[in-house]
Design a protein around this ligand. Structure first.
Ligand code: SF4
Ligand code: ZN
Length: 708
């Protein structure tokens, strides 16, 4: 059969399956049965993206079958074949949606996770734009041997690639020692081939969330996924016609397909690579993904994919900090002649000097020197210790400063990992990531009890305190430069964050100091100086130079930004914000919801639904994405009355920011225990109940000017 014929045959077969699934479901549950994927604001994302229609019942799902039929036009033409591929994608979404109509969690008994919630996609925004996750691999089918498959997955993992597994590859990979799960960037999706749609759905929703693509704009959607989502597909084993036509769908989205069997090649789109040792290279080349590798001489793997690895109590070989001992870490700027490059010194016993479980105190001092180094960069570099140590396979790092907590697994110890390897990791990574400010680096690791405690008092704590003082003195008034950040433009082309000392980037990952360091590290990179000049309105936070910077960085899409307002020219959002703030007119204030909170809020919408109201670099008065740490800022909605407008937050978020919030409220309004006046879900999400609570507490928002 020709390739075209195979694709059409596959599309028709998928359509027949979708029809049967819908009809059977209607017979069982009736036409009115609700159809929805969990935790998304985008309905059935593929159908919504292609048609602009939100499907909510089985009856509507039945009418969506017409969309599939219209996409299948059997002519020997590449565009027609790609459309037929999209038809298969829609059929797959219908089949998967039926599963969710018939059961609350159809993936409960599966190794796969099925539908991927919006919040996960949002959380992937920053790692994707920063290149921390350089690509997305979709592995589908059944490989002829587990080991070569595992080697491919491990290779992707070591390169930071996010890997989705569909089909029997799931069991094959899980039978090996590959660490699997979202935290390891290896995600089993589902055994049925139709489960691949849950990956496609991630790409489609990225276009809505970050790219402000309108539902129904199919050409815009396909351009977005092709140009901005660095995904590709690897198929394993013989291909049936449905898989081939699904492959055509992937190609329509711009994702090249690399098969391990003979296929008619379509350059740049469909290719064969039978040698599994070459699969990774062929795939990365096909998508033009460049990987930066830092070779670090340690006996275990080292990759960002191990960041989330937990070391459970029963597999601990050595532990530092937490309840049993002390652990602290410090980056110190020194003069060039005070640092001996690549010197790694251990003072005190290594972990092999004692019987396990080893409990030792630990101090890690990283001394850096460089012509362009500044004292302000110390905390930026120091925070990276957490990540670099976590990237070591078999090591867990939690916390920072003198509240660090480190565990080394038995397995890592058996492979030969010792404390001096921490030094190697820190040395190599500091130079690798901060090479333009760090010319020389030396690492001192101390496990000697007396020294760890003494130096904490005489060296570390004074340094932490000095930094805290510096941070406290950093206000928007005290500096003459803000920074723009356009890192997210690879997904949200018109978005620009303005980062000030009192307003960090909405992702929560870029403070003013980070932006300043980024600018120094990469002068033509994503962060640029914005002189704080030409004040137009101090209360709303409007400066001429800021407007100019935003105008040019957004290619003219946004020309005026009020940094301290949510109603008038608010800052745009990309999609990866930690929190969303929305006005709540009934209470004359706002609600703030964090990404992790998936329940309803008093304004009747979930985080995902609120978040879908903004994003993509568009200004949406009344909605604002922001970082968690912005909440207690004196500049938070200053134009509308400040934090006194906050009337509701999820409890977890409220508890986290309470101390700082209380401090700010005391300073701004002389109010004691302000956090207690803010309602949360444990009190109520019902408008009347919330109002009753606010009235009882004499919440200050009730006395402010009307918010609208
Ligand atoms: Fe993206 Fe803004 Fe964070 Fe920069 S500061 S990474 S633009 S969200
Ligand atoms: Zn972003």
């Amino acid at each position: 059969m020709s390739l075209f014929k195979t694709i059409f045959a596959g599309s028709n077969a998928a359509l027949a399956l979708a029809e049967k699934a819908v009809n059977d479901a209607i017979a069982a549950k009736g036409k009115e049965q609700k159809v929805a994927f969990p935790d998304t604001a985008y309905s059935l994302p593929i159908i919504f993206g292609a048609t602009g229609n939100k499907i909510t019942t089985l009856e509507q799902l039945q009418s969506a079958l017409a969309v599939v039929r219209s996409l299948i036009v059997e002519e020997e033409d590449l565009d027609k074949a790609l459309n037929a591929g999209l038809a298969t994608a829609v059929s797959a979404e219908i089949i998967e949606a039926v599963k969710y109509a018939l059961a609350d969690n159809p993936y409960e008994d599966e190794a796969g996770i099925g539908f991927i919630p919006d919040a996960v996609i949002r959380s992937l925004g920053v790692p994707l734009v920063s290149g921390d996750i350089p690509g997305i691999a979709v592995l589908i089918g059944e490989a002829d041997d587990d080991d070569s498959l595992a080697a491919i997955v491990k290779d992707y993992q070591s390169k930071g690639i996010l890997t989705f597994l569909v089909g029997n590859v799931i069991d094959q990979v899980m039978a090996t020692d590959v660490k699997v799960g979202l935290e390891f960037r290896v995600i089993p999706v589902g055994h049925d081939v139709t489960a691949v749609i849950h990956v496609v759905s991630v790409a489609v929703r990225a276009a809505f969330i970050f790219g402000a693509i309108k539902a129904g704009d199919l050409p815009g959607l396909l351009t977005y996924t092709k140009e901005r989502i660095p995904a590709f597909v690897n198929t394993f084993g013989p291909l049936n016609e449905v898989v081939v036509s699904a492959g055509a769908g992937a190609i329509a989205l711009g994702f090249p397909v690399i098969a391990d069997v003979d296929v008619p090649e379509v350059p740049g789109a469909l290719m064969a690579q039978k040698d599994h040792q070459m699969t990774v290279k062929t795939s990365l080349d096909a998508r033009n993904i460049k990987i930066k590798v830092t070779e670090i001489p340690i006996p275990v793997s080292f990759a960002a994919a191990f960041e989330g690895e937990r070391i459970r109590k029963d597999v601990v070989y050595a532990e530092f900090g937490s309840k049993r001992s002390k652990s602290w870490e410090l980056v110190r700027m020194k003069d060039l002649d005070e640092v001996e490059d690549h010197k790694i010194e251990l003072i005190g016993p290594d972990i092999d000097a004692l019987e396990p479980p080893v409990y030792l105190p630990l101090a890690i001092i990283v001394d850096v020197a460089g012509k362009n180094m500044e004292l302000d960069f110390e905390p930026v570099l120091e925070r990276k210790i957490h990540y670099f140590i976590n990237y070591i396979e078999g090591v867990m790092h939690i916390g920072q400063r003198n509240l660090a907590w480190v565990r080394i697994s038995k397995d890592a110890y058996a492979k030969g990992l010792r404390l001096k390897h921490f030094g190697e990791v820190l040395y190599h990574m500091m130079l690798d990531e901060f090479g333009s400010v760090v010319d020389k680096c030396q690492v001192t690791i101390i496990t000697d009890q007396e020294k760890v405690f003494e130096l904490e008092k005489t060296v570390a704590i004074p340094r932490y305190n000095a930094r805290d003082e510096r941070l406290a003195s950093l206000t928007d008034e005290s500096v003459d430069t803000f920074y723009s950040c356009t890192l997210c433009q690879s997904f949200a082309p018109a978005h620009v964050c303005i980062v000030t000392p009192e307003r960090l980037g909405l992702c929560g990952a870029v403070s003013w100091l980070d932006a300043k360091a980024t600018k120094e590290l990469n002068p033509n990179g994503p962060c640029q100086d914005v002189p704080k000049q030409g004040v137009e309105d101090e209360a709303k936070g409007v400066w001429e130079e800021v407007n100019k910077a935003v105008d040019s960085a957004s290619q003219g899409k946004v020309s005026r930004v009020a940094l301290y307002s949510i109603l008038e020219d608010p800052m745009t959002s990309c999609g990866c914000f930690e929190c969303i703030c929305s006005i709540f007119p009934e209470a004359n204030g706002v609600v703030i919801v964090n990404r992790e909170y998936s329940q309803a809020t008093p304004v009747g919408m979930t985080f995902g639904e609120l978040a879908s109201m903004t994003g993509g670099g568009v200004q949406t008065p009344g909605f604002m994405g922001h970082g968690r740490h912005f909440i207690a800022s004196k500049k938070f909605m200053k134009a509308e009355g400040g934090i006194a407008r906050i009337v509701w937050m999820p409890k977890e978020l409220k508890d986290e920011v309470a101390d700082k919030l209380n401090e700010t409220a005391m300073e701004l309004y002389g109010i004691d225990n302000f956090a207690d006046m803010i309602c949360d879900e444990t009190i109520s999400t019902d408008i009347d109940e919330v109002l009753k609570f606010l009235t009882e507490k004499e919440h200050p928002a009730l006395g402010l000017d009307p918010i609208m």
